[in-house]
Write a protein that binds this ligand. Structure first.
Ligand code: FAD
Length: 402
């Protein structure tokens, strides 16, 4: 029989989304030996890369207290949320992806249809919208690029125009890779110079490289003497991918281990402790032993939760009880874009220690969008909630390990 490989850690993080990755990076800074196990890429790859903390308000941090007491943010409180977001900025700075913005007030950025998006922390390659109307804006897009609409953007801006460059690459991923090449970047810079526009801010779809957008942008600024910024595109989103890849890189640099693309075949428990998980895959199965475990597998979209036709929802790793707000006939809504759908409240109920309620396992913690009552669309709090509950749960795990 094939022998099993056994690896052991202080903390095993199940789910490599923003929540799991931030929790794992935080634990490494406390000297903990950490592994992340994830079966697929997370939701942040689809996102703008911006960190929404709490939408529909000017003051996200302050207005956390207005949320219902069942919301996971209310278990953490403003100080830990602020600390977690500051830690996020610090981690991103460490890998050369700076974020601007302040969690005490929301900002607006430009979207590919010219409307503003309210968010909180913004990649430094994008621009917060204040004063944008007063200055001449020149939008440069690329031939063949779908879901990016320069004419919509300029139609909302009285002092703007646009150009479309045919650079021989027709999608966001291809362009982002091409911008990392010197020759392609040089060609783009020449095209910008040929525009012969003065005193303009240049806006481009967010494709200025996958790894080093800030360096690329700086080179464009130096060579053209033009101020340039990125507008996020619809999924697949390059700033979302930068965020995901950056956090994985940060974790590896801090000594974390990553098991990617692995399904969990079984879970071992003794008494009220999870001992290990076994990963299926090609080659030898791997038994990953942990002193603590974090469940951050996301909600229905990422596969952390699963619903049957019989009104039942399951948590897919430990089979934890799932809070469901209503019977199945109430899971539907006539208006696709209406927020506040009851299904958004589904998830795992936890205690203040981030350990699951209605369960006697001591060393299991939960964070991110799998938490019940998160309602990330209604409250526009996706990444902010993932980061802060990840860090808050990691603190609880560190305390448990002590
Ligand atoms: C299209 C779109 C755009 C968005 N845009 C924004 C935005 O601009 N700003 C913002 O703040 N928020 C945005 N959000 C919301 C935000 O992306 C999410 O709320 C947040 O990233 C959730 O993070 P998470 O770590 O909790 O879960 P996820 O990102 O869902 O990560 C869960 C991870 O767990 C893995 N997993 C699942 N099941 C298992 C299993 N059984 N075993 C092992 N691994 C497993 C998954 O593969 C995944 O990698 C957007 C969401 C979507 C869908």
């Amino acid at each position: 029989m094939e022998k099993m490989k056994v690896d052991g850690y202080d903390a095993v993080i199940i789910g490599g989304g923003l929540s799991g990755l931030m929790a794992s990076i935080w634990l490494t800074t406390k000297g903990r030996h950490v592994a992340v196990v994830s079966k697929g890429d997370p939701m942040c790859c689809l996102s703008t890369g911006c960190i929404d903390v709490l939408g529909h308000t000017d003051s996200p941090l302050k207005d956390i207290r207005k949320l219902p007491s069942s919301h996971p943010y209310r278990m953490i409180g403003q100080d830990t949320i602020k600390e977690a977001l500051a830690f996020f900025k610090e981690v991103m700075e460490g890998i050369g992806l700076h974020y601007t913005g302040d969690p005490s007030r929301n900002a607006e950025i430009l979207t590919p249809v010219g409307t503003p998006k309210t968010t909180c922390l913004v990649p430094s390659t994008m621009r917060i919208m204040s004063n944008l109307e007063d200055e001449y804006l020149h939008v440069v897009s690329f031939k063949g690029l779908k879901d990016f609409y320069p004419s919509y953007i300029i139609s909302r801006n009285k002092n703007a125009n646009f150009s479309i460059f045919d650079m021989g690459v027709y999608n966001t991923m291809g362009l982002a890779h091409a911008f990392e090449e010197k020759a392609f970047l040089g060609r783009f810079i020449r095209r910008i110079r040929e525009l012969e526009i003065s005193d303009a801010r240049i806006a481009v779809p967010a494709v200025l490289g996958l790894r080093s957008p800030e360096r690329i942008m700086e080179e464009i600024r130096l060579e053209t003497e033009k101020d340039i910024f990125e507008i996020p595109t619809l999924p697949p989103s390059i700033p979302g991918l930068r965020l995901f890849r950056g956090l994985k890189q940060a974790l590896l640099e801090k000594g974390g281990q990553i098991y990617w693309g692995k399904e969990i075949a079984s879970v071992e428990k003794t008494g009220n402790k999870v001992e290990a998980i076994t990963l299926a895959g090609e080659g030898k199965p791997t038994r990953v032993h942990g002193k603590t475990f974090l469940l951050s597998t996301g909600s229905f979209i990422s596969g952390g939760l699963y619903a049957t036709r019989e009104s039942k929802a399951y948590e897919t790793v430990f089979d934890l009880p799932v809070y469901m707000p209503d019977k199945r006939h109430k899971w539907f809504n006539d208006d696709f874009f209406k927020t506040g759908h009851p299904i958004e409240r589904a998830g795992i109920l936890v205690r203040e220690s981030f350990r699951p309620k209605d369960n006697d396992i001591d060393n299991l913690f939960v964070s991110g969008s799998i938490l019940a009552f998160s309602e990330i669309m209604k409250y526009q709090c996706g990444h902010g909630l993932a980061i802060s509950t990840g860090v808050a749960a990691a603190k609880q795990m560190d305390g448990f390990l002590k």
